[in-house]
Write a protein that binds this ligand. Structure first.
Ligand code: FE2
Length: 259
């Protein structure tokens, strides 16, 4: 990661100090997901060198619309609750039973990993298939006050999740200015202006320097204590990312620790 700043940057302002600190760690080693516990790591993106066959088969079924699952949030649930829900609600028939079994097992392994990483026993579990849209742009995920501040995301197929390096962000103030402007445009449904803003990315020093976490990657990332949202908090506290706005339907699982 870029750590060439510091003294060489010369300016020595508070912002430069922050810039040299927060990083996104991209890795081919699954064990590195644990690094999310380190304070300066904003996100760890594990990109498997090879995707298992079940994932490819499942992704194709989601993309062609034969496997669908409505957007679901299970709040304040245990791992056993989640397991029961997956058995009762994952539609059978759209994919081979062994593929479905593998998907269930994988989703549950994300919860087990979150439990190991945070020590939590209760979780917020989000799961859905959905066609990308323009509703959300770049944003940060929040957690209730004082909840464990990192969670896991896996997008199983389709276009990947976009993110930006922390050192590319002008300041959190500029980011939140963009976010409030975008929310206003969404409320007033000004589509042309939304597209313009999405392309301009005015909170970035290098607006075209956007990275993609490809489908199949597992992402551990910092979630912001909701009390700090809209404030000029240190940038290592939240991962700035954006779901794709076009392409095939995707299957997404997102796990947060509750307590
Ligand atoms: Fe998000």
């Amino acid at each position: 990661m870029d750590n060439t700043g510091g003294a060489a940057m010369g300016v020595g302002s508070h912002m430069d100090m922050e810039t040299a600190t927060a990083v996104v760690h991209r890795t081919a080693n699954e064990r590195d997901l644990e690094l999310i516990k380190l304070p300066h790591i904003q996100a760890v993106i594990f990109v498997p060198p090879e995707l298992p066959a079940w994932l490819t088969q499942f992704g194709a079924a989601v993309a062609r619309g034969s496997f669908q699952l409505p957007r679901t949030v299970l709040d304040d649930v245990t791992i056993n609750d989640i397991e029961g829900w997956l058995h009762a609600n994952m539609p059978a028939g759209a994919v081979e039973p062994e593929v479905l079994h593998a998907v269930r097992g994988d989703a549950l392994s994300l919860v087990a990993r979150e439990r190991e990483m945070t020590g939590a026993t209760r979780f917020v579990f989000r799961i859905f298939t959905g066609i990308p849209n323009r509703h959300c742009g770049f944003h940060v995920d929040t957690v209730p006050a004082a909840a464990p501040a990192h969670g896991l995301l896996r997008v199983y197929n389709g276009n990947g999740t976009a993110y930006v390096d922390p050192d590319n962000v002008i300041s959190m103030r500029e980011f939140y200015k963009y976010l409030s402007q975008r929310e206003r445009l969404i409320r007033t449904a000004e589509t042309d202006s939304i597209i313009e803003l999405d392309e301009a990315r005015p909170f970035l020093l290098r607006p075209d320097d956007v990275h993609i976490a490809p489908a199949g990657s597992i992402i551990a990332f910092k979630h912001l204590d909701v009390r700090l949202h809209w404030s000029e908090h240190p940038r290592e506290l939240a991962w700035i990312h954006c779901s794709p706005m076009e392409g095939d339907a995707r299957f997404v699982v997102n796990v947060m620790a509750r307590r």
